[in-house]
Structures are given as C-alpha cells and as structure tokens.
Write a protein that binds this ligand. Structure first.
Ligand SMILES: [Zn+2]
Length: 102
C-alpha cells in the first residue's frame, strides 16, 4: 500500500461546545473538553519516566472548558483550562490520532 503523508496541521480549530478541528485534508475531529483535559500529556498528568497517567480523572470538573488557547510553533496547541491547568501542550499528531485512541 502506498503510504500517504498526512497533512498533520489543522486548517482551523474552534473551541465551542467541544474542540472542533478541521484538518488541511478535509477531515474533521471533534473532541470533548473533558476527554481532552483527561488525556493531557504534561509532566504533572503523565509520569515522564513510566509514561503512566498520574492524573485522577475524578479530579476534573465535569464542566471543564478551555479559557483560552494558543498555538505553539506550528506543531501544537496549548490550552488554558478552567480548572487552572495550563501546562498541557497538545501536539497536532495527538489530536489527529485522538479518535482512534478512544
Ligand atoms: Zn497536564
């Protein structure tokens, strides 16, 4: 099978009721705020050495939402959450693969 290189960059990202991403190849991703917060890859949510999740999902408010977000370089999105957590940097590749992981 021919390997097709994915355009791993979003055309646009909207934070409305959930995270909506339109990718440059036309694919759309929808991720709930809770699920995204729950899969935060930062060092205080994931043990860097073991790769184990240290974040307690029960500690995340059900009505969690992003207060603001910003692009990091051209490879990731940083989200400032309503629970005060702002060290999570979500790589586009991770966002792109998110639905498959569910
Ligand atoms: Zn985190």
């Amino acid at each position: 099978m021919l390997k097709v290189k994915k355009k791993a960059k979003p055309e646009k990202i909207l934070l409305g009721e959930e995270v909506y991403i339109l990718w440059q190849d036309g694919k759309e991703s929808r991720i709930s705020f809770f699920d995204l917060r729950d899969s935060c890859p930062c060092a205080s949510c994931i043990d860097e050495l073991s790769g184990e999740k240290t974040l307690d999902s029960n500690s995340i408010p059900e009505d969690i939402k992003p207060l603001k977000s910003e692009y990091v370089g051209n490879y990731a999105l940083r989200v400032y959450w309503s629970d005060g957590h702002d060290t999570g940097i979500f790589h586009y590749k991770m966002l792109r693969d998110f639905e498959k992981q569910q």
